[in-house]
Write a protein that binds this ligand. Structure first.
Ligand code: VGL
Ligand code: ZN
Length: 195
């Protein structure tokens, strides 16, 4: 599984059971854990220590309390993923797989909406794109929440940058079913492979 990475988009409590709880979110978390475990197990070699078969990168919506996308500020969304709150935390079932250097934050500037994780940055100031590039990854599997917004925008940016993009269709949550179906069709038409 060289040359492969998994990008997990916004599997954060506000999108799972919080202010913006999305459809299929809990199931998407379970499917993501399953995916990581199954692919991880595939890397097991005799009695050798299991090393992860592929790196898993996490994208996190990470807003200040007065972010411009919030309704109180005239934006479209209820307050969500506010820095320092439970709603901004990655689901506990995924925590074992989280590495700081592979965790990328977006939407942290008050004025900027940032649906795509492509330019999210880690604590060292590196972008997701930069890190994929350094690791020499060309094939990116994507799962996460929400299909119509952050998942779609992240997938499209990866595709435009030249990556092969595989969207794990059982491991995504969405705001509205119709928008989810439309976004899937649009992505597939663009060359993103649904797996
Ligand atoms: C998202 C709306 C607002 C997402 C983030 O993760 O899809 N959607 N902020
Ligand atoms: Zn947001």
């Amino acid at each position: 599984m060289k040359d492969v990475a998994l990008v997990v988009v916004d599997m954060l409590y506000d999108f799972i059971d919080g202010s913006m709880a999305c459809a299929n979110a809990e199931n998407a978390v379970r499917e993501t854990v399953k995916y990581i475990e199954e692919k991880g197990a595939a890397a097991q070699d005799g009695d050798d220590v299991i090393t992860a078969a592929f790196p898993t990168l996490f994208v996190c919506d990470h807003h200040p309390a007065d972010h411009s996308s919030f309704k109180e500020q005239g934006g479209p969304w209820p307050a969500h993923c506010v820095q320092g709150t439970r709603g901004a935390e990655i689901h506990d079932d995924l925590k074992p797989y989280v590495e700081e250097a592979l965790t990328f934050y977006k939407g942290y500037r008050k004025e900027t909406e940032q649906y795509s994780g492509f330019e999210g940055i880690n604590d060292a100031g590196q972008s997701l794109y930069e890190v994929l590039d350094i690791m020499d990854i060309h094939n990116v599997y994507v799962c996460g929440i929400a299909t119509e917004y952050c998942v779609k925008n992240t997938c499209m940016d990866l595709l435009k940058a030249g990556f092969n993009v595989y969207l794990i269709k059982d491991a995504i949550g969405y705001v509205a079913h119709e928008g989810h179906v439309e976004a899937l069709a649009e992505m597939e038409k663009s060359g993103i492979r649904l797996v």
